[in-house]
Design a protein around this ligand. Structure first.
Ligand code: GH3
Ligand code: MG
Length: 369
């Protein structure tokens, strides 16, 4: 079968995922397409064989409007308008058929298609309301014909059968579509739940639980991306390692709990100073932190590192065990990229050497390499 024809008949729209909207569009497409085909056939029959020109005119009216709906659906992706127009056309057309044909030659049978069509296109509740309105008009019209339509064969028994079967049809359709919609809502809620759970897990997997900074895993992930971004946007890329001085003795003197408080306070300074969109800060080990700074101004790197160093000392966290200062201090090793190297391990190694040097030279200082 030709791909185009196959697409038209089987309504193989391409959607990213199998959503309820996808199914609605598929059904709408199929219904409109069937309406087009049937009305074309009946239009030809009514013109050339039955010579029923009033019915042919109705067929032609439905045919044109349905083609327009199909165009809206397929070319403009407007399933709302296509659905509303389709429903409105069937509403008017079926009532016109009843008025003009009086149920002759099974023409009543088409009225049964209104409820499912309206429920697919408008949703179950609105479809039900429009369906009730439609049936009220149809039943009123059909009631006026009792004893006279179809050469008197349209009697009270036929009328009762007609109305009762319509009620059953409406009820069954509503039960099916309403159930389907409720199930979809539930599935959608579950999917949203899953998504937010997944987002939470993703966040947890890259976050240090004590400080809320990113962890070492995320450093490895974001490092090459930021490096690439710096190279592409011709920005300076700085990587630093920051380690608390004499933290082990601090823990021994003040207790582990208070040690944790220090880690949190240090991390707050890191967040505060490295707060630009392209700055990232990490806790990569016990008392070891790291950061990436991307900037157009080289001085900004110096300024931020100086600030980090000074602000942490300015916290005035008493460190009785420190042989060098009365307050908690940090040593920082910094490496600003010269655009020749782009290997994480190499950059890390150079920066670590800088930190080692800062420690070796007496701590509480910054070393650029
Ligand atoms: P240096 O100046 O050479 O860095 O000396 P230091 O005592 O800080 O030595 P080092 O950085 O090797 O010590 C890290 C200490 O950090 C060891 C451990 O007691 C402490 N530590 C590691 N993780 C935690 C933590 O989660 N909480 C607390 N309170 N302490 C931690
Ligand atoms: Mg330390």
């Amino acid at each position: 079968m030709q791909p185009k024809l196959k697409e038209l008949i089987f309504a193989s729209f391409s959607f990213e995922e199998h959503s309820p909207l996808y199914i609605k569009v598929l059904m709408l497409n199929a219904l409109i397409f069937i309406a087009v085909v049937i009305n074309t056939i009946f239009f030809l029959i009514n013109v050339f064989f039955s010579h029923n020109y009033s019915l042919a005119a109705i067929n032609f009216f439905i045919l044109s409007a349905m083609l327009y709906s199909l165009y809206l659906l397929r070319k403009k992706n407007d399933h709302f308008l296509a659905g509303y127009i389709g429903t409105a056309i069937l509403f008017i057309a079926f009532i016109t058929i009843v008025i003009t044909q009086h149920g002759e030659k099974y023409t009543f049978i088409w009225t049964y298609f209104f409820a499912p069509f309206a429920m697919i296109t408008l949703n179950a509740k609105r479809g039900l309301l429009v369906g009730i309105l439609f049936l009220t008009i149809i039943f009123t019209l059909a009631c006026t014909g009792i004893g006279t339509w179809q050469n008197g064969q349209w009697d009270i028994a036929s009328y009762s059968r007609f109305t009762l079967s319509h009620f059953v049809m409406l009820y069954v359709m509503y039960a099916i579509f309403n159930g389907y919609e409720q199930a979809n809502k539930k599935i959608e809620r579950m999917r949203q739940n899953e998504k937010s759970q997944l987002r939470l897990f993703e966040k947890l997997s890259i976050t240090d639980p004590l400080t809320g900074l990113y962890n070492r895993r995320f450093l490895k992930e974001i490092f090459p991306k930021q490096l690439y971004s710096a190279r592409r946007n011709k920005k300076y890329f700085a990587f630093f390692l920051l380690d608390i001085d004499f933290f082990k003795t601090y823990n021994d003197t003040h207790g582990h709990q208070q040690g944790d408080e220090v880690l949190i306070k240090v991390s707050q300074v890191l967040k505060e100073v490295c707060s630009d969109d392209e700055d990232y800060t990490f806790r990569i080990g016990g008392d070891e932190f790291a950061g990436i700074i991307l900037t157009n101004e080289k001085q900004e790197i110096d300024a931020k590192i100086e600030q980090l160093h000074a602000k942490i000392e300015a916290l005035q966290i008493e460190n009785k065990a420190s042989p060098i200062t009365p307050f908690m201090t940090v040593s920082i090793g910094v490496h600003v990229l010269d655009h020749t190297e782009y290997d994480y391990k190499e950059i890390f190694r150079v920066t670590d050497t800088a930190l080692y040097k800062a420690k070796g030279e007496g701590r509480n200082r910054i070393v650029f390499l």
